[in-house]
Design a protein around this ligand. Structure first.
Ligand code: 6AU
Length: 455
């Protein structure tokens, strides 16, 4: 321990622990932020760190080394140089051009790969990397991390059958710092409070129920959607991406009993009319579901306003829920004169492969969503704050399905288990099926069971 302790004090002096108010990748806030990136600028410490990590696993157990992007990349590289075991590089996104590979380097299916992560919180980004490597036929058994924040991530990973070793645990490093008088009393107090609370309420913990969500969502449409969901036992939204109104009405008649919402793209309907909307409204009242217009407004405020209220679609006259991007900034979705009975869903992170949103953008989009009282929820591919409803498109029972137009798909179970989603949005899987009524009912059942299992 002495050696590790000495080493930790050296890296601590690089400023790897910051105190303040931070939003973590998971969307949770924390008074402490740990970032090992500065070590990359100190070759001597990087080498020492790699040697300490390598002493945790026997060399013969792996043939490749990979770091979870990006923070662990320099560490994985050093490990590879010190052990003479080849490195492979996992991309966060494929480039969208060239080879479109997610994993770079030389490897063969069936090879054993050691995975390196810097900090483990929930373990989610690590598990994402595991999935991407496994898709390429690589075998992951051993995982090494520098620091465990002791918030449930390690159990989460162990539960899935991986061997994970970690050099430091947050509790033990805080003790080291306290012993050496490196923390102010106030800092100790804040951190102790945080970890006491968070450890009870760690990432393993159950999701919050729709009833609890209803308490947190103030917008009447958000509450109404949750009421419908609870009453009909469905979190399924069907995306009717069809170009004739008759076909949409047909689909709605078949699936209406299984859904809490119907999502439209009004601008793809060749024979759009107010009588079509009137028929749809009538069915939506009878069968109890809400109407979503997936217009994804993304312009400056005045143009968004015109697109919402005018043109042939007159969205504000009928839609219960409207999707918007916030790329033009928070003000672009303010002052739109949104009817009181219409809620907004922001699109913070799309389901498409090669999407351009990075963590920074997503964090800002989620903050805008939380601050705007008209916003009831968001589309994202990760867990979000409990005050937002989370909508997950890109759903298909056949997860590997990726169509040539670049949407990516996950199983409903994955949406509920990993992102703690509230609603699944399903298009093609239902409207292109031979029997949309039965298939929609199947998605309803699977979605509802997945939600219940998370409680
Ligand atoms: O199940 P699919 O792929 O046939 O249909 C998915 C539907 C489409 C997309 O326009 C929409 O979901 N969508 C959305 C939204 C806002 O719903 C966001 C996103 O990130 N990805 C996505 O596919 O109507």
């Amino acid at each position: 321990m002495e050696e590790k302790e000495q080493f930790f004090l050296k890296i601590y002096n690089l400023g790897i622990i910051k105190f303040g108010h931070f939003t973590l990748k998971s969307g949770m806030t924390s008074p402490i932020y740990i970032d090992f990136r500065p070590i990359a600028s100190r070759p001597d410490l990087l080498i020492k760190l790699s040697d300490l990590l390598l002493s945790e696993v026997p060399y013969h157990t792996f043939e490749l080394i990979c770091g979870v992007p990006y923070a662990a990349l320099p560490i994985a590289t050093t490990l590879s140089l010190r052990s003479n075991i080849p490195l492979i590089i996992k991309r966060k996104e494929n480039k969208g051009y060239g080879t479109k590979r997610m994993i770079e380097g030389i490897y063969k299916r069936g090879q054993n790969c050691l995975l390196i992560e810097d900090v483990i919180t929930s373990g989610d980004s690590l598990l994402q990397t595991v999935r991407d490597l496994e898709k390429e036929g690589l075998i992951i058994k051993n995982i090494l991390s520098i620091l465990d924040r002791e918030q449930g991530g390690i159990d989460n990973i162990k539960k899935r059958g991986f061997n994970i070793r970690t050099l430091f645990r947050i509790g033990e490093v805080l003790k080291i710092l306290e012993k050496k008088d490196l923390l102010k009393e106030k800092e100790i107090h804040i951190i102790q409070l945080f970890f006491k609370k968070k450890n009870k309420k760690n990432f393993q913990e159950k999701r919050i129920s729709y009833e609890e969500k209803k308490e947190k969502i103030s917008h009447p449409i958000g509450k109404k959607l949750l009421d419908i969901t609870l009453k009909k036992k469905t979190n399924l939204i069907v995306s009717a991406d069809l170009i004739y109104s008759e076909k949409i009405l047909e689909l709605v008649n078949l699936t209406g009993d299984s859904i809490c919402g119907l999502k439209l793209h009004a601008d793809i309907i060749s024979d759009f009319s107010s009588s079509f909307i009137a028929s749809l409204k009538k069915i939506s009242v009878e069968k109890k579901f809400l109407l979503f217009e997936d217009r994804k407004l993304c312009d400056v405020g005045p143009t968004n306003y015109l697109q919402l209220h005018h043109g042939i679609h007159k969205i504000s006259s009928w839609a219960d829920i409207l999707t918007v991007h916030v790329i033009a900034g928070s003000i672009s979705i303010q002052n739109l004169n949104i009817p009181p009975n219409m809620g907004l869903i922001t699109v913070s992170e799309m389901s498409s492969s090669g999407r351009l949103s990075d963590d920074n953008y997503i964090r800002k989009a989620l903050n805008i969503s939380l601050k705007n009282p008209k916003v009831i929820g968001t589309v994202a591919q990760r867990k979000v704050d409990d005050r937002l409803l989370l909508f997950t498109p890109g759903i298909h029972f056949s997860q590997s399905k990726e169509n040539s137009m670049g949407n990516t798909y996950i199983h409903p179970n994955q949406a509920f288990q990993e992102s703690r989603s509230d609603f699944i949005i399903v298009g093609k899987a239902i409207y292109q099926s031979k029997n949309p009524k039965i298939v929609a009912e199947k998605y309803r059942e699977v979605g509802w069971t997945a939600y219940k299992n998370g409680l």
